[in-house]
Write a protein that binds this ligand. Structure first.
Ligand code: SF4
Length: 392
């Protein structure tokens, strides 16, 4: 199994809270697409070169045979991938299919922003084989959307979801943001009511965080907009966990909730250590043994030879252990001590168990048989718990 991520680094304008790499202009689109296609082809042997690190769930029988594993997930992220035309997305998908062995039932996700969508566009995506849509709704309330400087309004947000259903999408996820100073418990509950009424299979909900380079951070510092209060985020998170479970959703990762079996397979592959290759500026790749990341600049991405434009870091076995702990604690699957012992050795499983005990005693970590995991309420503090389990 393996995955492909394609980063589309353009947006119509910059949202106030955004900390992602994206340009508020399409000026460089043509040269970017050329460089992107060159990179897709140049890295065709990426998965063949990987080596077994002990975290790769691929059966040992396939290890060392240098086969290209089937691509089970393709993810167009950004930026705003829905700024590309149907023709442009179709050409990219076609090239990927010609270059990599894409599985027949691969999950193909595209992130979309409401202000770029129309019914015809969504029908076009379905015809191309895109079978999962992640829509950046963020809120169904105009005062929240204005605070975040989103380009759509609440009416259009709901319209897009109707269009997506009409176009034939059933696997639809939306993003919501909580902990907003323009909201309160009642409004957040109403946002969740609307989500549940829409009967969608997946929700990604994030606390509003202040990124150092975001416009919002500066506006708050200058006293021009209301500040963000951590207690509001904690309140909303508790409401979210409780109501999602009551409504039949599985809380499978800190920020992600799904109906049974409809988790994001692409994102889950990051947490399971599945290899993936990332194309486009700032995209990351993981070959099972090392991480690479592309240059975070469209200009430089366009002029440099794509296969030489990334930096690389090899992971030591201790770093693999730390990553496993950190990533798995964020999920409901948790740390599998048996797996740790079998794949990484007793020294790691014993170390993990010993360091987990005080956390279990303090009620910050839970254990059922050989699994260490965080409950709904504990999950928000996953990073702090993981740090205490990291290799010294
Ligand atoms: S649409 Fe997303 S990537 Fe683009 S500016 Fe807004 S938050 Fe950032």
């Amino acid at each position: 199994m393996a995955g492909i991520y394609i980063h589309i680094p353009f947006c119509k304008s910059k949202c106030a809270y955004c900390g992602f790499y994206s340009l508020p202009s399409m000026k460089l689109k043509e040269c970017f697409l050329e460089a992107l296609k060159a990179e897709i082809v140049a890295r065709k042997d990426y998965f063949k070169q990987r080596s077994h690190c002990g975290l790769d769930p691929q059966p040992p029988s396939l290890m060392g045979k240098h086969l290209n594993p089937p691509i089970n997930t393709i993810y167009f992220g950004g930026g705003t991938p829905s700024l590309l035309s149907i023709k442009e997305i179709g050409e990219l998908l076609q090239l990927i299919k010609e270059t990599y062995p894409v599985a027949e039932k691969a999950e193909i996700t595209l992130e979309a922003n409401p202000d770029t969508l129309s019914l015809d566009y969504l029908k076009g995506l379905r015809l191309l084989g895109v079978n999962r849509l992640s829509i950046g709704i963020q809120s169904f309330f105009d005062n929240d959307l204005k605070y975040l400087s989103r380009r759509h309004d609440s009416q259009h947000a709901r319209q897009c979801i109707d269009w997506a259903k009409q176009a034939g999408f059933s696997n639809i996820s939306i993003d919501l943001i909580y902990g907003l100073p323009t909201s309160n418990a009642e409004q957040w509950n109403r946002n969740l009511d609307l989500f549940f009424e829409l009967n969608l299979p997946h929700l990604s909900a994030y606390a509003l965080t202040l990124e150092p380079n975001a416009i919002l951070t500066k506006l708050i510092e200058q006293g021009k907009v209301p500040p963000v209060n951590e207690e509001d985020a904690l309140r909303d998170y508790e409401i979210l966990c409780k109501r999602a479970v009551e409504n039949g959703y599985l809380h499978y990762e800190i920020s992600n909730f799904c109906r049974s079996g409809l988790h994001s397979k692409h994102n889950a592959s990051y947490w399971f250590g599945t290899p993936y290759v990332g194309f486009g500026p700032s995209a990351h790749s993981f070959d099972g043994n090392s991480r690479q990341w592309n240059v975070s600049s469209v200009d430089r991405y366009c002029v440099r030879i794509p296969e030489l434009s990334y930096e690389k870091e090899s992971l030591s076995v201790e770093q693999h252990y730390d990553e496993y702990v950190m990533l798995r604690l964020r999920t409901h699957w948790g740390i599998d001590l048996k797996w740790l012992k079998r794949e990484m050795g007793e020294r790691f499983s014993t170390y993990c168990e010993q360091h987990a005990q005080p956390l279990i005693d303090q009620g910050r970590l839970s254990q059922t048989r050989e699994f260490l995991y965080l409950t709904d309420q504990q999950m928000l503090f996953a990073d702090g718990v993981a740090e205490e389990l990291f290799w010294e």
